[in-house]
Design a protein around this ligand. Structure first.
Ligand SMILES: [Ca+2]
Length: 261
């Protein structure tokens, strides 16, 4: 009888402590993700014909690559007017995706064409087409390696020949976070749009853990939306650390700052 009593007490303690452990783990993993909203500091025009897939600054110039078959392009953009300074169209069979400059090469991914393009970063002249085994989505760089997304819950670290060096799974509160899209390297972290959401996540490149989530819901006012307005996509940081975001076919590009929630 006494042993039965001890056994049931023991089990009760086990259940209590396993529950407590679960609660602690849950609280800890939740506490690791800092939640932010955004404040708009300045707004600029953005070309509603630009289905934004890549967005970055290099030496004070804003670069944008756009998607869709028949209208994919590589542009340099005047920030104040939103108008292209240069605009190179790709062949109709190519769907442009993420882009970035590393060294003296401007890299542009394509969605499902299984190729990437190299351009000379100084002259913006086409150099070569290289094979690329994954879907192309976002692209950025830490200054040494290229970092790419493919719509999965992975980041891919690549060398200058687009060869895979490392695959890093990305998790949000312990679960894989899929649909990683346009990317930007900011202060040692990878910022990523999450496709089909108003969320930007800040990823630790070494562990793949999402450290912060930025809620951009409501950024583009309803009165500025048309049937062609698509999802939030496009993050760029300039040389002074100013952060800009936009969306596919959006009429605005915003300079923002984060607000702790
Ligand atoms: Ca970017």
């Amino acid at each position: 009888m006494l042993s039965l009593l001890f056994e049931s007490m023991n089990r009760a303690f086990q259940i209590f402590f396993s529950g407590l452990l679960g609660l602690l783990l849950c609280t800890c993993s939740g506490a690791q993700v800092t939640r932010y909203g955004i404040k708009v500091l300045q707004e600029y025009p953005h070309d509603t014909g630009a289905y934004t897939q890549g967005l970055f600054f290099h030496d004070g110039v804003l670069y944008e690559t756009t998607g869709q078959y028949g209208s994919s392009s590589l542009r340099t953009v005047d920030l104040e007017s939103g108008k292209p300074l240069t605009n190179q169209r790709f062949g109709r069979k190519y769907f442009g995706e993420g882009s970035v400059i590393l060294g003296n090469t401007l890299y542009i991914l394509t969605w499902t064409n299984k190729v990437a393009f190299k351009y000379n970063a100084t002259t913006l002249k086409y150099e070569s087409t290289v094979s690329y085994p994954r879907e192309g989505w976002g692209l950025t760089t830490d200054g040494k390696q290229l970092i790419a997304s493919d719509g999965s819950a992975n980041l891919y670290f690549l060398d200058g020949d687009l060869k895979l060096l490392r695959r890093q799974p990305v998790t949000l509160e312990g679960r894989p976070l899929r649909n990683l899209n346009e990317l930007e390297w900011i202060d040692g972290k990878v910022w990523a749009n999450v496709y089909l959401t108003d969320l930007i996540v800040v990823i630790d490149p070494a562990s793949g853990k999402v450290e912060a989530a930025i809620n951009c819901a409501g950024l583009l006012p309803a009165k500025l939306k048309t049937r062609d307005t698509d999802v939030l996509n496009g993050i760029a940081v300039d040389g002074e650390g100013n952060i800009y975001i936009t969306g596919k076919n959006w009429p605005r590009l915003y300079r923002i700052e984060l607000v702790r929630q």
